[in-house]
Design a protein around this ligand. Structure first.
Ligand SMILES: N[C@@H](CCC(=O)N[C@@H](CS)C(=O)NCC(=O)O)C(=O)O
Length: 222
């Protein structure tokens, strides 16, 4: 299995399946396409007839593109990895929040590009403030769920208890909130601490810090 990603420092979509695969203990090779600095991604995409966008997974001679599709295929292929929560109720919540991340939070995503190695303080604009308020609501829904949901929650500090795809989907949001000095809610802070402490997240950060590539526009956000 081979995962094609981009810059660990900047590529938020790359982080999602990479983290899910690492936390699940799935073995894979990784290739980095630094698409601002060379043509490796466009060359590969032309050859495979897919969009020039990462992440991409090669599995059993099949090419899968798009972060959500990759994680769904992995969940299908490795059911024992429990990439989605075991409980159907939690799966529905996790899938809804994952889809919301995949298609939403445009304010936060455009104002605050993921930049793992740079910590600074930037005020949120009106669109980002709406997204931050939505994150607070969402986190309340996960952590103050009704009794029926709570009784089927697995153990752990993550959104559904044990780590699952929904945590991977929001992993770049952890970097954005933390590294731009933003605040969502106490529940979000507790989740963020658990995410930051994951050895796999620290592995990603170390690799991001060691990367030599720079995207000046992202480093100039203020
Ligand atoms: N919806 C896609 C988004 C992927 C995406 O936008 N990837 C960015 C990197 S984080 C990319 O490959 N950009 C290529 C480019 O701008 O040339 C997914 O979930 O995989």
């Amino acid at each position: 299995m081979e995962l094609f990603i981009a810059y660990k420092n900047y590529s938020s979509w790359s982080l999602r399946p990479w983290l899910a695969m690492k936390v699940a203990g799935l073995a894979f090779e990784e290739t980095i396409f630094p698409f601002y600095h060379d043509t490796s991604l466009t060359d590969f995409a032309r050859q495979e007839v897919i969009p020039a966008s990462v992440p991409i997974l090669k599995i059993d001679n099949q090419v899968v593109w798009d972060s959500m599709a990759i994680m769904e295929v992995l969940a299908d292929t490795y059911p024992e990895a429990n990439l989605w929560p075991e409980s159907k109720l939690w799966r529905a919540l996790a899938r809804s929040a994952s889809a919301e991340m995949h298609s939403g939070f445009l304010g936060l995503r455009s104002q605050f590009p993921m930049n793992c190695r740079r910590q600074t303080k930037v005020s949120a604009n009106a669109e980002s403030l709406k997204d931050i308020a939505r994150l607070a609501d969402l986190w309340r829904q996960f952590y103050q769920a009704d009794e029926e949901l709570i009784s089927s929650r697995s153990q752990g500090p993550f959104l559904c208890g044990a780590f699952s795809i929904v945590d991977a989907m929001y992993a770049p949001v952890m970097w954005r909130i933390r590294n731009y000095g933003l605040f969502v809610s106490d529940e979000f802070e507790a989740w963020s601490k658990a995410m930051y402490a994951l050895p796999e997240m620290q592995e990603w950060l170390q690799a991001a810090e060691a990367e030599k590539w720079i995207i000046e526009a992202y480093d100039a956000v203020n």
